[in-house]
Structure formats: structure tokens, C-alpha cells
Write a protein that binds this ligand. Structure first.
Ligand code: 9Z3
Length: 378
């Protein structure tokens, strides 16, 4: 494997899966630029003995064509990642924010996208100065102060990705660059990463033609790629578009065992069926042997999460009902609609998650990795 990143671990030998994946799927064009930025950022914080959290955020795309017109995506807006990044900064961490391009960002998230458009917070006459409305002055000043502090102290590095392939290349590169941080490195994997993808060797170059005049009548006229002996993962079969995806390699295994053996690693597990959440979270922890899985359900993820720790302990973290934010529709989880009620200012669940994670990280730094009770090094 070609290693350009941080010090390789003496005992680490890349697996066949890893070598095959990175040999077969192209390195992103901006990886070297990301690497340079991250190296400088990490060196700075190693010098200052600051902890660094790599926060991943947003959904990954799965392109169906090389010149991509169509792709598979998922629901994630990056709220968990962007919000958590702010609380990590508040808890003294420097943050590398590896995020899906155009998803929510720390600080600007308060005023972006359609739900919280910054224009709705401004006021001004036709030719007078434009200012923030009185009602929002205090809140905006607080966000601005925290944003400026992160900029001034150089504690926030924003690195974007789009596809699942870009995500994997960046994750590996950053993990290896973070080696010099030792146990001061923390991985907080909140991005919603696709489990399936189109490998480069089965990707068609051009837009898949759906029109009758270009479609293969019975699927028996071979495409350019088929003529070269490869069955494209996405192709027309009569009038139907067939998509046959490969599994994404289990990168968490690679991260835990090879790329970041000394860091604290936290993954998220997303489910829709409440009956599966605890067992799936426990299963992931057992399989990958990292530190913590935070389980969440699609419909309740904004106000409850389940912590499952390496020692098997389970703990729910919940925002009290009267502190849950109203959704866009004005409804909360218990069906209450907007208007005056007994609710106190909304509490973001990440303000409860992150200090708990930071405290477990402190414990690991002070008492050693609980996965290696005799203090042996990875
Ligand atoms: C999560 O479970 C996140 O909490 C959400 C956040 C994606 C639900 P939003 O962006 O949503 O705030 O709207 N992320 C991880 C899900 C995931 O892909 N996990 C994988 C797995 O469990 C990889 S670690 O296998």
C-alpha cells in the first residue's frame, strides 16, 4: 500500500481487502490538498497537547455513472455532526469536520438551509443599513463569538466529501495523519455511510440511456463496458434500470485494527425498528471491538440515543419532553402543536452526548484503554 500519511504503525499490515479496495477505486483529486491542510492542523494541536476529534457528518453518495448524472443518496442533513462539532469545540477539542459537501456546518447551521434562512433574521430599509433584528441579536452574537473564537484559535478544519469512495480515502488518510496524537485522537463517526457502492471497474462512463432509441432492446446488445468484458453495475434491462451494488468493505474494522489503533473510536448505529437497536449496537461493538456505539432511531434521533460501551453497559440519554425543539411542522414527538405551553428553551441532545463522550475519553487517557487492561500497546 502507498503510505503518504502519518507514521505507519510498526505492527500494521494492510489487509487484502484494504489493498484491493484502494488499488481499484480512484484516489480523490483533492486528497493531497486535504492531507496538507490536515497535517499542518494536527501538528499545531499536537504541539499544544490539545485533543483532536475527527467528526464525520452527512450522507455519502453512490454514483451510478463516472460522469455522474444519477446517484444514490440518503436522508442525512448533517445535523448530528455539525451540532456535535460545536460541543466538541466547547469542550476544548480541536475538530476536523469531514462532512458531505453542502450539508450543515458548525455555527452557520443556525442560519442556513430553508428552515433557518439568515435572511429571516435581518431587517433594513431599501437604502439604509441592513442589521440583525432585535429579537435575534443576543443569539446571533453568541454564535458569532463562538465561530470567531474557533477561527482565531485555529480549532476547526472543514474538509468536504461527496461520494462514499471519497469518504473512505479521506478517513484512511486522516486516521493515519492523526497517529502522532496517540490517545488524544477521537473518532466520532456520525456520517451516514452507504453500505453498498458501485466499484470503479463496474461503473459506466456515460449517462445511462433510458430512452427507447438507446435502450438495449432485450438487454442483449452489449454496452461499451460489456464489450470490454465487464458487466456494468447499473444498466438497462429492457425498460428497467437494474442496479447491482457491491458491499462497501467494513472500514470500521480497518480503522480500529489498523488505521487508528490508539485512538478512541465511537460509531453510530442507525435503525428504524426499536426492537433491533440494542442488539445491533452490541453486535457492532463485539464485531469491531472499539469503544462506544451510540444507537439511534430514525424517528427519535433528535431526543434520545442509546450508549453501548465496551463493558456491555447500556445507557439511554434523553432530552426531557419539555425541552425538545419543535420540528418544522410545529409538532413535537408527543403530537403537541406549536403555541404557548410548558416548554423551556430547547436543549440539543448533542449538548448531552458530547460531554459524556469527552468524559469517557478523559478516563481512557488517564487510566489506559479499557480494551487493553494490562496496559499493552496496540
Ligand atoms: C447516525 O446514526 C447519525 O446519528 C444520523 C444523524 C445519520 C442518524 P442527521 O445527519 O442524522 O442529524 O440527520 N450515523 C451513523 C449511521 C451509519 O451509517 N452507521 C454505520 C453503521 O452502523 C457506519 S459506522 O454500520
Amino acid at each position: 500500500m502507498h503510505r503518504t500519511a502519518g507514521e505507519p504503525d510498526a505492527h500494521y499490515t494492510p489487509t487484502d481487502i484494504e489493498m484491493e479496495y484502494f488499488a481499484a477505486n480512484p484516489k480523490p483529486g483533492d486528497l493531497d490538498r486535504h492531507s496538507t491542510l490536515a497535517r499542518t492542523f494536527i501538528e499545531h494541536h499536537v504541539e499544544h497537547k490539545r485533543r483532536v476529534a475527527l467528526v464525520t457528518s452527512g450522507g455519502t453518495t453512490v454514483p451510478l455513472e463516472n460522469q455522474t448524472v444519477r446517484f444514490i443518496d440518503n436522508f442525512s442533513a448533517g445535523t448530528r455532526g455539525a451540532t456535535s462539532a460545536e460541543y466538541f469545540l466547547e469542550n476544548g477539542y480541536a475538530v476536523i469536520f469531514l462532512h458531505r459537501q453542502f450539508s450543515l456546518l458548525p455555527y452557520s447551521r443556525h442560519y442556513s438551509h430553508s428552515t433557518n434562512c439568515f435572511l429571516d433574521y435581518m431587517t433594513g430599509t431599501e437604502d439604509g443599513p441592513v442589521v440583525v433584528q432585535n429579537d435575534y441579536q443576543q443569539q446571533m452574537a453568541s454564535v458569532l463569538r463562538r465561530y470567531r473564537k474557533a477561527k482565531k484559535e485555529n480549532t476547526l478544519l472543514l474538509l468536504p466529501f461527496v461520494t462514499v469512495n471519497e469518504y473512505l480515502w479521506n478517513l484512511r488518510e486522516l486516521a493515519m495523519l492523526m497517529h502522532p496524537l496517540g490517545a488524544n485522537a477521537l473518532f466520532y463517526l456520525a456520517a451516514a455511510v452507504s453500505d453498498f457502492f458501485v466499484p470503479a471497474e463496474r461503473m459506466v462512463e456515460h449517462k445511462i440511456q433510458s430512452g427507447e432509441e438507446f435502450a438495449q432492446p432485450n438487454g442483449d446488445v452489449p454496452s461499451e463496458e460489456e464489450q470490454r468484458g465487464r458487466k456494468p453495475a447499473a444498466h438497462m434491462d429492457g425498460k428497467s434500470l437494474m442496479i447491482d451494488l457491491d458491499p462497501v468493505p467494513k472500514f470500521l474494522k480497518l480503522l480500529v485494527d489498523g488505521w487508528a489503533p490508539q485512538a478512541m473510536i465511537i460509531s453510530f448505529k442507525l435503525e428504524t425498528d426499536p426492537n433491533l437497536l440494542a442488539s445491533k449496537a452490541k453486535g457492532a461493538l463485539k464485531k469491531y471491538a472499539h469503544h462506544l456505539v451510540i444507537g439511534n432511531l430514525l424517528n427519535t434521533r433528535k431526543w434520545e440515543v442509546l450508549f453501548v460501551s465496551a463493558d456491555g453497559a447500556e445507557k439511554w440519554i434523553r432530552v426531557p419532553a419539555n425541552r425538545r425543539a419543535k420540528s418544522v411542522t410545529g409538532r413535537t414527538d408527543n403530537g403537541r402543536t406549536g403555541g404557548k405551553d410548558d416548554r423551556e428553551p430547547a436543549l440539543e441532545i448533542e449538548s448531552l452526548i458530547v460531554p459524556e463522550v469527552a468524559s469517557q475519553h478523559s478516563h481512557m487517557i488517564e487510566h489506559g484503554d479499557p480494551r487493553r487492561p494490562n496496559g499493552s500497546q496496540a
